[in-house]
Design a protein around this ligand. Structure first.
Ligand SMILES: Cc1cc2nc3c(=O)[nH]c(=O)nc-3n(C[C@H](O)[C@H](O)[C@H](O)COP(=O)(O)OP(=O)(O)OC[C@H]3O[C@@H](n4cnc5c(N)ncnc54)[C@H](O)[C@@H]3O)c2cc1C
Length: 521
């Protein structure tokens, strides 16, 4: 990828900054060739790779090296974009918001610093991947379960810092964070909460401290570089049971929501309940041309044929219960009775007991897998996706309204419809996967127009996205508009106070430092 310079820097100034970084990490870990820039670019880019082109990457091996680089970035006015493993596919991968930024790749800091089986938490450095932690727990026979995202190729820390989701009782990942160490934009080093006391014992056991509590301030944020994180894990259950059923019709999502949502609140179901539409199954069974080779969205008649051929419903419900077998069985009876009010299809059931092997690729057991990446191949060509993800209250009225609106817009743009609802205690995360071939200009143009229309339409109806791709960070931030964007004004005041030179991830989530505010799109 062609070199782009950060705003306000000429080639000599940029080179001087890179030379200073090289002095900290050595030649091998300052990565500034065209190939390096390709590696750190957004390889799902929806047509605007240049806008988010990294200038280079630098990979420190320690907290002290990270601090040194942050101080030098201030001196040389070079923006840094921290990543843990940089696998944020669908949201920009490792690429920065501002072209020419240097990606601060923390992947070399990869130690699992502690696992506490008794209190059920771990402490990790940024580079620890889901597979690293899983293998550590398995190899040492530690009875703790993780929660992993669909694509578990990334890092435990990076995913939690982007408010990622998984599909277990610990599936709201940012909620599991307990105690961090953070390099501030001026190079200072803090420990949050109880960790502010040297040698504190309860740092990762108690999620607050003395005075204001700041863990969440560093989530989806550009106020610091997190170098260590405590994260609560799930004690492995004695037994676990699954209940699976296919739900026939599109509109059934209404009663499914009203059935599951109260059970999430009263604790009968404690798992983040993932309910995907039928295409979620198809995208890992083959590519689009295996099922339909025409242009535009797959016609409804073919969809219905495929559902019959593959014995699929429009939605799939896969509930996993965790605990003692007798309790699971009692919960299962109540869940089955609630569903029986709407359908007479029996649930398929499985039981797992402690000592049985973990089930490969089972996200509801926190087993990491990269198989869902196959979705990238759906359209053919260099396949990619964007995820449009508004949050809706977990009631049928909200969910059906959101579904009908986005469904209509997606159909109007002639794009295959793949939606899912991940049901929490009070809200559902409605991820709409929009898949495209990034080398097909027409498809890319169409997907971009569709994504912008979805953001606008959802805002008009009173719904906002929980996370978004680099390109839409400003438009989505614009939709949070109460009192003329008062929250953004506050975020930017804090940004300017902590990061006066604006060197940590400028523009992330639409929060700009004063020096670069004119870059807001
Ligand atoms: C098929 C598919 C399925 C997916 N399913 C899911 C899913 O179910 N749930 C889900 O959450 N995601 C999902 N994803 C999205 C994504 O792949 C994961 O969220 C992935 O874990 C993110 O990559 P990462 O962990 O390497 O984070 P990174 O890319 O390293 O970081 C993520 C964000 O956090 C910031 N950040 C990272 N580390 C630091 C740090 N130390 N200090 C400060 N800021 C930091 C980065 O700037 C970036 O904005 C899916 C993607 C695909 C392609």
């Amino acid at each position: 990828m062609r070199l782009q310079l950060p705003p306000g820097r000429n080639a000599a100034q940029f080179d001087a900054g890179l030379a200073a970084f090289r002095g900290v990490v050595g030649d091998d870990w300052l990565l500034a060739t065209d190939l390096d820039r390709d590696t750190y670019s957004d390889f799902y880019a929806p047509g605007d790779e240049e806008l988010h082109a990294p200038g280079a990457a630098v990979a420190p091996a320690s907290v002290e090296e990270t601090r040194a680089i942050v101080r030098l970035a201030n001196e040389h006015r070079i923006p840094l974009w921290p990543v843990s493993r940089g696998k944020n596919l669908g949201y920009g991968a490792a690429a920065p918001r501002v072209a020419g930024s240097v990606v601060l790749d923390l992947g070399r800091m990869r130690r699992i610093l502690e696992v506490n089986p008794e209190l059920a938490y771990c402490v990790v450095e940024p580079g620890v991947s889901f597979f690293d932690l899983y293998e550590h727990l398995q190899a040492n026979d530690i009875p703790l379960w993780m929660s992993v995202p669909g694509n578990a190729w990334g890092s435990v820390m990076g995913n939690a810092l982007d408010r990622g989701f998984g599909y277990t009782p610990y599936g709201t990942h940012s909620r599991n964070i307990c105690g961090m160490e953070v390099v501030l934009p001026d190079g200072d080093l803090i420990r949050t909460n109880m960790g502010a006391m040297e040698g504190a014992h309860a740092w990762h056991a108690f999620p607050f401290g003395f005075g204001p509590s700041f863990d969440q301030m560093f989530v989806q944020s550009n106020l610091g570089v997190v170098t260590r994180m405590g994260l609560w894990l799930q004690p492995a259950p004695e037994s676990s049971m699954t209940l699976a059923v296919q739900i026939p019709n599109e509109e059934d999502i209404g009663w499914v929501m009203d059935t599951i949502s109260p059970m999430r609140r009263n604790g009968l179901i404690d798992q983040n309940q993932f309910v995907p539409s039928w295409l979620g199954k198809m995208v890992v069974m083959g590519v689009r041309s295996d099922f339909w080779d025409g242009p535009g969205a797959m016609p409804e008649s073919r969809v219905q044929e495929l559902l019959r051929e593959h014995n699929l419903g429009y939605w799939a419900v896969n509930i996993r219960l965790y605990g003692q077998d007798s309790v699971n069985q009692a919960k299962a009876a109540l869940i089955k009775a609630a569903f029986a009010e709407h359908i007479d299809t029996p649930f398929e059931e499985t039981v797992w007991n402690r000592g049985d092997p973990m089930i490969p690729m089972d996200l509801s057991m926190g087993v990491p897998s990269a198989v869902p990446l196959q979705m990238g191949g759906w359209t053919g060509g260099r396949g990619s996706h964007l995820g449009f993800s508004p949050i809706v209250p977990a009631t049928s009225a909200h969910v059906l309204r959101q579904l009908r609106r986005s469904r209509e817009l997606i159909a109007a743009h002639d794009v295959d419809f793949y939606a899912s609802f991940t049901i929490g205690e009070r809200a559902a995360n409605n991820i709409n996967m929009l898949m495209y071939d990034r080398d097909n200009e027409e498809q890319v143009r169409n997907i971009r127009a569709l994504f912008s229309a979805l953001v606008e339409q959802a805002r008009e109806a009173g719904y906002g996205e929980y996370r978004t791709h680099l390109t839409w960070m400003d438009p989505v931030s614009d939709t949070f508009d109460f009192n003329d964007h008062a929250l953004r004004r506050m975020n930017e005041k804090i940004k300017d106070a902590l990061d006066p030179n604006g060197i940590i991830a400028p523009g992330k989530q639409g929060v700009w430092p004063s020096a670069l505010r004119e870059q807001r799109t």
